[in-house]
Design a protein around this ligand. Structure first.
Ligand SMILES: Cc1ncc(C[n+]2csc(CCOP(=O)(O)OP(=O)(O)O)c2C)c(N)n1
Length: 387
């Protein structure tokens, strides 16, 4: 592996630490996290986010808190894992700065990695960002250039800043907390700063009346998509992501067209779940509307992200391959519930349209107490219900 720059990442982080004030900072895993912790220990940092999730988490935060400055400290390996998130970022203005430390490799996997990342073979990260539509990009190789690029950030204009670094790391000791403590500290920080409540432990135990079933009016006249749309909104879901899939196309369309609702159409379900996690950390109630094959594509994101930190998100999983569907989806259908079970993601199959709204309500209550995702799996036949 050949490093792409001459100056170590720690030197750039020192420059950054001298400049940040109350910025929310989401860091890559391993030494990026520990180096940043040693320079700017703060509850405004979310550390050690997994590969391909740093920029999605930061973008989710930025979308949920558009007047806050958010910084992602990503790596070349991290962003190359799934650069499609840059296209979502380009479509949405925000006070988000994505800094990609490009050392040409997967450095924290070993001191002398033999295998470089694609950036060491000539793939240009700034070209990728621009190809995805990011207008404001820079590549820098020294601290003076880094400072200048930081000064050139324009409010409301997302920026991707590639920093070429040497392969040298600074070994400053481990993080003094696990991911769950980090999640609590970070979210409590946002609660205090924004005067909002993110943690809402079970209302039942505190004497509050359960919310009455919002359900069941006019069901006979409504399609599945309409009831789901109403159920999400009536139960306080205020942020959703989705990748088009036939069973959810009606609800996705309704959410997309609803100008009062924050719906983000994503090119990869895993990145979408990253957005949900970021949005939840900023006080939103997120939902992901994804096909079960998208759930399979997100196993990594859920285990390394939501389940590691303990972050709730309502997952609506389309049940392709369920009985009633075409046989060529059967293998995926057969394992869907087992995959959820293996991930220890609590879930409920919903068969009847009148159970949909109560199921959403109960799932949200469960997640408030248990701080993990919950999946609702409407049967194939239910998703095909016409009014
Ligand atoms: C999905 C996944 N595959 C492999 C790994 C092992 N791994 C840990 S750190 C790392 C390198 C990440 O590269 P980059 O984002 O460029 O950061 P760097 O280590 O170079 O600082 C890898 C591959 C992982 N954490 N996640």
């Amino acid at each position: 592996m050949t490093a792409t720059g001459k100056i170590k990442r720690f030197a750039f982080l020192q420059v950054l630490a001298a400049r940040v004030t109350d910025d929310l900072v989401v860091t890559n895993l391993a030494n990026t996290a520990t180096e940043w912790f040693s320079l700017r220990p703060s509850d405004a940092n979310l550390y050690a986010v997994g590969m391909g999730m740093v920029t999605p988490y930061a973008l989710g935060l930025s979308l949920a808190l558009p007047d806050e400055d958010v910084i992602a400290l990503d790596g070349d390996g991290g962003i190359l894992f799934d650069p499609s998130i840059l296209g979502v970022m380009a479509a949405r203005a925000g006070r988000l700065t994505v800094i990609i430390f490009d050392n040409g490799g997967y450095l924290s996997t070993g001191k002398l990695p033999a295998v470089g990342s694609l950036s060491s073979t000539g793939v240009n990260l700034e070209d990728i960002a621009r190809a995805y539509g990011i207008a404001h990009t820079r590549t820098v190789i020294d601290c003076a250039g880094f400072e200048k690029a930081l000064d050139e950030r324009a409010p409301g204009q997302p920026m991707v800043l590639i920093v070429k670094t040497s392969a040298e790391q600074q070994f400053v000791g481990p993080l003094p907390m696990d991911l769950k403590e980090n999640k609590y500290r970070f979210a409590r920080h946002i609660e205090a700063r924004r005067h909002i409540r993110i943690f809402k432990p079970s209302a039942k135990e505190h004497g509050a009346k359960p919310v009455a079933d919002p359900a069941l009016r006019d069901i006979a006249q409504s399609s599945f998509g309409q009831v789901l749309y109403e159920g999400l909104k009536e139960n306080g879901i205020d942020f959703a992501v989705g990748l088009p899939c036939s069973g959810f196309s009606a609800v996705q369309g309704l959410l997309f067209e609803d100008t009062s609702f924050d719906y983000v159409s994503v090119p990869h379900e895993g990145g979408g779940l990253g957005l949900c996690a970021g949005a939840w950390l900023a006080g939103r109630r997120p939902a992901a509307l994804i096909e079960n094959f998208g759930l399979f594509a997100s196993v990594y994101h859920l285990l390394r992200g939501h389940m590691s930190y303990g972050i709730p998100t309502l997952i609506l999983t389309e049940f392709r391959g369920d009985i009633g569907d075409q046989e060529f989806f059967a293998e995926g259908g057969e394992v869907t519930l087992d995959v959820l079970k293996a991930m220890r993601i609590n879930h409920r199959v919903v068969e009847r349209v009148e159970d949909l709204k109560p199921a959403i309500r109960d799932a949200l209550r469960w997640m408030d107490g248990c701080l993990r995702p919950f999946a609702l799996v409407p049967t194939f036949n239910l998703t095909r219900l016409k009014s």
